[in-house]
Design a protein around this ligand. Structure first.
Ligand code: BG6
Ligand code: MG
Length: 225
C-alpha cells in the first residue's frame, strides 16, 4: 500500500531543469568564452549547485584553475541568473497532467512530498501555484545530493514510513538511482534509454496511467509485475 509520493521538481513538474543549464551556459560563456556542451547537462541534474559547478568546470578542464572563492562567486552569479530566468514562473509553466495527477493523489489521500535538490524549490512551487498540494518539502541544504538516497529517505522518515510505502518520480539518471537506493518504487519521466533503471518509465507526467497508479497505490512492490 503506497502512502507517499515524492516528486522531483526540475524537469518533472516544470521545465526549470532547462533554465538551470541555460544559466550555467550563460555564465560560462560570459566568464570564460566557452560554449558548454549540451551533453554535460545530464550530469548536472539532481546534484547541488556546487556539485553541478564542479561537473561543469571539469568538462571545460577548468577545475584546477579556479579558487574556492571564485567558485562560490560563480555559483552565486549562476543563481542570480537562474532566479531572473524563472522570475515570471506561473501556473502556465506547470507541465500538462501535473494538476490532474496531484488532484488524483489528494482524492486518494496519498501524502505528497517535494524531493528536489534545489534550494529554489519552495519558491518555484509557490510560483507555479501548487505549494498547497505538498504535505512536506525536503530541505536539501544539509543532505547529500542524488544519486545518494538522502532526499527520498528524508521525506519517508518525516512521515515515519517504510520504502515499500513510498514512490519517487524523477527525470534524471541520478534521481532514479537515488530512489532505487532508497529501495522505493521509481517512476522515471523521460527516455527509456536513459532511465532504464526505473521500475516504470513514462515520456511525461501527462502519460502516467492512472489505472496503473491506482494498482500501484493499492498493491505493493511485490505485486507489481
Ligand atoms: C536540481 C537540479 O533540481 O537542483 C540541479 O537538477 C541543480 O541541476 C540543483 O544544480 C540545485 O539547484 P539550486 O536551485 O539550489 O541551485
Ligand atoms: Mg529533475
Amino acid at each position: 500500500m503506497i502512502k507517499l509520493i515524492i516528486f522531483d521538481l526540475d524537469g518533472v513538474l516544470a521545465s526549470t531543469s532547462n533554465e538551470h543549464f541555460l544559466a550555467w551556459k550563460m555564465i560560462i560563456k560570459d566568464k570564460f568564452d566557452i560554449e558548454l556542451d549540451d551533453s554535460v547537462e545530464e550530469y548536472t541534474k539532481g546534484v547541488s549547485r556546487m556539485e553541478s559547478l564542479d561537473v561543469i568546470l571539469k568538462s571545460c578542464n577548468l577545475e584546477k584553475s579556479i579558487s574556492m572563492k571564485e567558485k562560490e562567486e560563480l555559483a552565486t552569479e549562476k543563481n542570480e541568473i537562474y532566479k531572473s530566468l524563472i522570475s515570471k514562473i506561473n501556473q502556465d509553466d506547470i507541465y500538462p497532467g501535473v494538476i490532474k495527477l496531484l488532484d488524483y493523489l489528494k482524492e486518494k489521500n496519498i501524502l505528497i512530498a517535494l524531493g528536489s535538490a534545489s534550494k529554489n524549490g519552495p519558491t518555484i512551487v509557490k510560483g507555479l501555484g501548487i505549494k498547497e498540494y505538498f504535505d512536506y518539502i525536503v530541505n536539501p541544504a544539509s543532505l547529500r545530493s542524488k544519486p545518494h538516497p538522502d532526499i527520498f529517505n528524508n521525506a519517508m522518515d518525516y512521515f515515519g514510513l517504510s520504502p515499500k510505502e513510498c514512490v519517487g518520480i524523477e527525470d534524471a539518471i541520478s534521481g532514479v538511482q537515488a530512489i532505487k537506493d532508497a529501495q522505493m518504487f521509481a517512476i522515471g519521466i523521460g527516455s527509456i534509454a536513459q532511465l532504464n533503471h526505473a521500475d516504470v518509465i513514462y515520456k511525461s507526467i501527462n502519460e502516467i496511467d492512472l489505472k496503473f497508479l491506482k494498482n500501484l497505490i493499492e498493491g505493493d512492490h511485490g505485486k507489481i509485475s
